[in-house]
Design a binder for this molecule. Structure first.
Ligand SMILES: Nc1ncnc2c1ncn2[C@@H]1O[C@H](COP(=O)(O)OP(=O)(O)OP(=O)(O)O)[C@@H](O)[C@H]1O
Ligand SMILES: [Mg+2]
Length: 407
């Protein structure tokens, strides 16, 4: 791998090597470890004082990632030289702190557009990015009027949540009346979007940005949950798009990056592809979750993606050197309903060649119920190979090693 770590000792062209990372749960541990390996002094926050990664950074404080003032006070107290987050919920706070302290991060305007689904739609429309029809609502009456304009089927979603929480596909008024209350309860701001239901194949684009230029690491094709839920079940890199579709996806990425004025860092874009039409589902100014950015992208590109992003937090853009040759997959492991008696095979699977990571976040005695959103998927598998056929074999073989018994 082209490692960027070896430049750390020499590259103290930064005077202040303290970095504040927002988020210390399991998913953030790779970032905390990488920041330490690069030689930075690492401060971290998380709402939970027992966050799994709390002992990884040099310093930790239990601060809610949404708490802008407390995060700013912590950052100022320790005079950090950089701020970074891989958590969607931390993006606006990071932008706020960066603006107050003159650190390198996305502008507050971009942070808002990238995390508020209504603001994102408004800006996308302004810059000519294809999107579904949409309406904002905060009451049931308003939602019904909006539905009259959009038509069924439609999507209802909170303007400011994630992991597909509170997102439903709706076919008629009865369903809408029930879903409205569930959906609005998931909005911090008390607002929902009513959107035209797009059809097609879903995909995602993972890219690094350097001085406004996107460098694409991977373009996936997805398999989704069955309706009415809309969480991901499988992401395959690279997705098998036609050359014409790939050219359009790249054009789409360029237009989005320049239109939203994204200067540096990592982005994750979700798209709907229907023949030669590409529409925006949403994008994020952080890496794709579920270890795609921390595990899968480095394996696909043979490039130190996390080091790039962390140096970028100090305003230093390292050279981007990669060619994407490998195949990769993120598969969510869904389990049948019932009460688990035993799970075995986890350790065996993790050690298999080509497996980047695997986990079933359930234990004996846990009840598996209907999975409604991405946050409650029971497990995941990340694998890669130089050869697509071999990758399919790796995944198949790994899954046979998982043994589950129900009570
Ligand atoms: N207008 C739409 N038409 C069709 N499907 C949609 C639309 N909006 C959202 N979806 C589906 O719902 C899923 C979740 O929507 P979205 O990405 O906006 O929300 P999210 O809460 O950020 O979810 P996640 O964290 O899972 O990406 C999308 O991946 C897509 O499958
Ligand atoms: Mg999404």
């Amino acid at each position: 791998m082209h490692t960027l770590e070896n430049v750390s000792a020499k590259n103290m062209d930064i005077k202040n090597n303290k970095i504040l990372i927002l988020g210390a749960s399991t998913w953030h541990i790779p970032w905390l470890k990488k920041a330490k390996a690069l030689g930075f002094i690492v401060y971290a926050t998380d709402w939970s004082k027992t966050a799994e990664g709390k002992d990884v950074p040099h310093h930790f404080s239990p601060i809610d990632l949404r708490d802008k003032e407390a995060t700013l006070a912590y950052a100022q107290k320790h005079q950090v030289g950089a701020i970074f987050t891989s958590a969607e919920i931390g993006v606006q706070t990071a932008a706020y702190v960066a603006a107050k302290m003159g650190l390198h991060y996305h502008s507050e305007k971009l942070a808002f557009c990238a995390t508020n689904k209504f603001a994102m739609r408004e800006k996308a429309q302004m810059i000519g990015i294809d999107i579904p029809g949409y309406q904002l609502a905060s009451t049931l009456a308003g939602t019904l009027i909006a539905a009259g304009q959009i038509g069924f089927p439609l999507i209802i979603k909170p303007v400011d949540n994630f992991s597909s929480k509170g997102i439903y596909v709706i076919n008629n008024q009865d369903e809408l009346e029930k879903a409205f209350f569930k959906s609005i309860a998931c909005s911090f701001d008390g607002k929902v979007l009513i959107e035209e239901f797009m059809t097609g194949t879903e995909g995602s684009v993972e890219a690094l940005i350097k001085n406004g230029v996107p460098y694409i690491m991977g373009i996936s094709k997805k398999q989704k949950s069955s309706l009415p839920y809309r969480y991901d079940l499988l992401l395959e890199y690279p997705g098998d798009y036609s050359p014409a579709q790939l050219a359009l996806i790249k054009q789409f990425v360029n237009k989005l990056v320049s239109g939203f004025e994204i200067k540096n860092g990592i982005i994750h874009i979700e798209i709907m592809v229907k023949q030669l039409e590409i529409k925006l589902i949403e994008f994020a100014i952080r890496g794709c979750g579920s270890k795609v950015v921390t595990h899968l992208m480095p394996a696909l590109t043979n490039y130190d993606v996390m080091a790039y992003a962390l140096w970028n937090a100090f305003g230093i853009q390292k050279p981007i050197l990669f060619s994407t040759k490998n195949y990769g997959v993120l598969k969510f492991i869904m389990l049948p309903k019932g009460k688990i008696k035993h799970i075995t095979g986890k350790e065996t699977i993790r050690k298999l060649p080509g497996i980047l990571d695997f986990d079933i976040e359930r234990k004996s005695g846990d009840l598996i119920e209907e999975i409604e959103d991405g946050r409650n998927r029971p497990g995941y598998l990340l694998a890669y190979s130089e050869n697509k056929k071999e990758l399919n074999m790796i995944v198949k073989h790994a899954l046979t090693a998982l043994k589950l018994e129900y009570q």
